[in-house]
Design a protein around this ligand. Sequence first.
Ligand code: ZN
Length: 119
Amino acid sequence: MENKMEKLKEEFERIKKEIASIGFVKKGSITKCYQACRNPNCRCNKDPKFRHGPYFLLTSKEKAKTKTFSVPEGLLSEVRRYVENYKILKSRIKLLEEISEKIIKIKIKKYRKELGKSK
Ligand SMILES: [Zn+2]
């Protein structure tokens, strides 16, 4: 049981270090789209193949609100990394929580065992 506990603690510390090395994080997803403009005389309004773009939209949901903004193509790979970092961070937090749950269970077992001894 102690050995298992040590292993879990090590794993927890390892993930914490990994989290510390994660760069900027952004929730959301990036979609590529083409748009028609507001000029009624522009050819984009007559034929979809002349629609402007591509635009890269970063969309995220915060409670019921959806936030969207356009990301310039030159910054796309960087912003994509932030979006990826967010997913990694979330998955690592989940791992920390799972390890903590295992630790709680071991502690409960140990606690009950100790309690049984003193009787
Ligand atoms: Zn247009």
